[in-house]
Design a protein around this ligand. Structure first.
Ligand SMILES: Cc1cc2nc3c(=O)[nH]c(=O)nc-3n(C[C@H](O)[C@H](O)[C@H](O)COP(=O)(O)OP(=O)(O)OC[C@H]3O[C@@H](n4cnc5c(N)ncnc54)[C@H](O)[C@@H]3O)c2cc1C
Length: 382
């Protein structure tokens, strides 16, 4: 028997977050999103709900792992502010890796991460390697007591506000995914330079580049096993990709609700525009696509929670739902006429913010490669 219902706990959680998203986040979304300042106040408010600690050890203020709950949080909060709502996804991804760090690293970084006092970036992409992530060139050269890091990371979310970054670097002479390790690198130290990159949206996320110029990393800052860092991060992307699909759909949900309300108020030729099929059919189409896309994302997160294979489902959730969301927001903008294009309204802002997720965490083309190779392998081995 299949059930599409959330548990009572999940419903209670969703209701309280929906209230927070509508009352505390939505009214200030346009103002916050026009600034490159990280929204620390909103981030700390979010931390008070406890959701930045999902999947983290209880001794540091965390609660048991629950990918569905994290997806629910991303979707529900994105109704109010898609940038603030990215935090549970990013921290879910970063925290799950920090769990493989040493005791010292966990004690130092997990409590403030969960309390909303710091952010930690994830630095994989480089100027010469994005989709082809295992082609990274940043080098970690062993030396007594640790390593020296040299290289550049680019397009990094939270580069400008993070206290530290998970940096992927390879041992000298290694190739592709072999020999890549993950290091926790504090960013306020000699040899590290952070420089901002202005995107078309997501401004408060502090997007930018990180340069590492012979930066010393002590032995106890290795995360997970030496040489196996690449495979570990790929596993965690299977969670964040499904959650990012829901993040985009939350922003689209707000946009479509606004469009449906507006269509009933706006009159042309003596009638509300909701009387015209030219307006209601697009609403119906976006509503249908969004329903299907949402179910896909939750199926991926449910499969992860149940320990079932979900890599292809996660990739499906990353290529299609952000596209569905982007199209729905565009549709909502069109129904609003000139107001949809106005910078005073949230629609154009959501459009620019959601566009980021057609690329971040792996482009649509890369997701399709993963889905197709899963299909070919399955059919080939049948
Ligand atoms: C808003 C935002 C936030 C980001 N945050 C982070 C972050 O926090 N940390 C981080 O490490 N990175 C981050 N990234 C980087 C992101 O992961 C990369 O941009 C992405 O993986 C694509 O890499 P690229 O930009 O180098 O494009 P490329 O890999 O150069 O790709 C260029 C184009 O070629 C296509 N392409 C490439 N290879 C193939 C192929 N084999 N088949 C078909 N098409 C192909 C791609 O789909 C794309 O359309 C972020 C990016 C954005 C936009």
């Amino acid at each position: 028997m299949v059930s599409f219902a959330f548990t009572e706990d999940q419903e209670d959680f969703r209701r309280s977050l929906a209230d927070f998203a509508r009352k505390s986040l939505l009214p200030e979304y346009v103002r916050r999103s026009s600034s490159t300042e990280f929204s620390w106040d909103a981030h700390r408010e979010l931390a008070k709900t406890g959701l930045l600690g999902i999947g983290m050890p209880e001794e540091f203020g965390g609660t048991p792992d629950d990918p569905v709950m994290l997806g629910l949080a991303a979707e529900t909060l994105a109704y109010g502010d898609v940038n603030v709502a990215a935090a549970p996804v990013n921290i879910g991804l970063i925290g799950s890796q920090l769990l493989h760090g040493t005791r010292e690293v966990q004690e130092e970084y997990l409590p403030p991460l969960i309390n909303g006092d710091i952010t930690v970036a994830i630095a994989l992409t480089e100027p010469g390697s994005g989709s082809d992530a295992s082609g990274l060139r940043t080098v970690a050269t062993p030396e007594p007591g640790g390593w020296r890091l040299r290289g550049e990371k680019t397009a990094i979310t939270w580069a400008m506000n993070a206290q530290a970054a998970l940096v992927y670097a390879r041992e000298p002479g290694s190739e592709r995914s072999r020999g890549v390790s993950c290091f926790l690198v504090p960013l306020a130290q000699e040899g590290v330079t952070a420089s901002p990159t202005l995107g078309m949206g997501c401004l408060p996320l502090g997007w930018g580049s990180l340069h590492f110029d012979d930066v010393f990393v002590p032995e106890n800052h290795l995360i997970g096993e030496a040489g196996l860092g690449f495979h570990a991060v790929m596993n965690h992307f299977d969670f964040s990709r499904a959650a990012l699909g829901l993040l985009c759909l939350g922003a689209a949900r707000a946009s479509l609700d606004e469009a449906a309300r507006y269509a009933q108020q706006r009159q042309t030729f003596g009638r509300p525009i909701s009387d015209y099929q030219g307006v209601t059919f697009p609403l119906a189409e976006h509503e249908t696509y969004m329903e299907a896309a949402q179910a896909l994302c939750y199926k991926a997160l449910w499969a992860r929670q149940e320990g079932l294979p979900h890599t292809a489902l996660a990739s499906m959730s990353k290529w299609w739902p952000p596209l569905v969301a982007k199209d729905a927001i565009e549709g909502a903008m069109r129904i609003h006429g000139n107001l949809g294009y106005s910078a005073e309204f949230p629609l154009q802002q959501r459009f620019r913010d959601v566009m980021a997720y057609l690329v971040a965490d792996g482009t649509s083309e890369i997701q399709k490669r993963i889905i197709a190779s899963d299909l070919l392998r399955r059919v080939g081995s049948a």
